[in-house]
Design a protein around this ligand. Structure first.
Ligand SMILES: NC(=O)c1ccc[n+]([C@@H]2O[C@H](COP(=O)([O-])OP(=O)(O)OC[C@H]3O[C@@H](n4cnc5c(N)ncnc54)[C@H](OP(=O)(O)O)[C@@H]3O)[C@@H](O)[C@H]2O)c1
Length: 323
């Protein structure tokens, strides 16, 4: 019988419950897969705690790789045996699942299932942030918060590969070393150093073209002060809590800044944008320009420990779960 991690009430990692679930045959437009590796993402924490809303009870998780076992009526793009992955699943923390074929892409040879589970959500996020939300070009200076995290480890390598000077904030010296190995020209220990002052120093007062901020509540005000006039703050997460009470006049005062609050799901909403985003990601990984670090592996049934580690800021790179 398949197993899944179910959430019956909102709360801490202890609400993640390992249970037997029914197998469901795919309906029209759906496929059923056996998962082989599952990704852990901060968004899973937001749903578990109720910051993002989902009707209870639900199966947690959004990102997984696996093998197609059965296809529903009208599905022409996949067949049993195909290796597939997705970043937008209704319950990825499961040994098998049935979901719309439209949410999956084929995983190319050369990308293992573990790597696929480590990059689908985080890597496609890095791709849209750097290539679509703000198009990073050689010669620009960017600030990336939580540079050694899951998204950060991929995005900082990619931005350095594009020729940008990357400044990364990190929680510890060990994470700083990893961030530098990933192409950050400068690292800032933002738990002890004033990152606004350090960015001004590093850039000789010129500041940054773009700031990518997923930390949110604790950093967003400082992030605005790290931007050149007409620069862009890309606020894409809430690891320290959501931003509240934002006054748009701040953007005028600080130099006609741009602010956007994007989400991957808008940037991959169509088959065309999903395929294009995934292809660019697979290509940059297969080329060796972006190396994927699986920072930690847990058994799927021990996912609560993975959430504890993520929330305690103990992880670097991607964390995956093995069914
Ligand atoms: N909008 C989108 O499309 C999108 C898509 C994917 C991810 N995201 C967001 O991107 C961020 C990174 O996601 P991820 O899954 O790759 O996680 P992650 O970066 O591996 O983990 C979060 C990191 O944030 C830092 N952090 C700072 N303050 C924190 C706090 N109070 N509590 C916990 N962590 C804190 C920690 O790094 P340090 O120890 O170095 O500070 C921590 O390791 C999340 O905010 C996520 O929601 C957004």
């Amino acid at each position: 019988m398949p197993k899944a991690v179910r959430v019956h009430s909102l709360g801490g990692p202890e609400v993640l419950t390992w249970e037997d679930v029914e197998s469901r045959a795919p309906g029209a437009g759906e496929i059923r897969i056996r998962t082989t590796a599952v990704g852990v993402n901060f968004i899973d924490v937001y749903f578990r705690m109720g910051l993002y809303k989902q009707a209870l009870p639900f199966t947690a998780g959004k990102e997984a790789a696996g093998v197609v076992e059965e296809v529903g009526e009208g599905v022409a793009e996949f067949k049993p045996g195909d290796r597939v992955a997705s970043a937008n699943l209704p319950g990825a923390y499961a040994t098998e699942l049935t979901a719309p074929a439209a949410q999956f892409v084929k995983v190319p040879d050369g990308i293992s299932d573990e790597v696929a589970a480590a990059i689908m959500l985080k890597g496609m996020t890095a791709r849209y942030l750097l290539r679509r939300t703000f198009r990073v070009e050689a010669g620009q200076t960017i600030l990336f918060h939580a540079a050694s995290g899951g998204v950060g480890s991929i995005a900082t390598q990619w931005a350095a590969h594009l020729g940008a000077t990357v400044i990364g904030t990190v929680g510890t010296e060990e994470k700083a070393a990893r961030a530098r190995a990933n192409g950050c020209a400068h690292t800032i220990l933002y738990r002890t150093e004033n990152f606004v002052e350090r960015v001004a120093e590093i850039t000789n007062g010129a500041k940054c073209d773009v700031v990518y901020d997923s930390v949110g509540a604790q950093t967003w005000r400082g992030s605005l002060d790290c931007l050149k006039p007409l620069g862009m703050l890309v606020l894409f997460g809430n690891s320290s809590g959501p931003v509240k009470d934002f006054d748009p006049a701040l953007l005028a005062q600080k130099g006609s800044l741009f602010l956007t609050r994007p989400t991957l799901f808008s940037y991959t909403a169509t088959r065309e944008t999903l395929d294009e985003t995934a292809k660019d990601l697979f290509d940059v990984v297969l080329s060796g320009a972006v190396k994927i670090e699986v920072g930690a592996r847990f058994a799927l049934k021990d996912v609560a420990d993975a959430h504890r580690a993520l929330e305690a800021r103990e992880t670097s790179g991607s964390t995956i779960l093995i069914p």
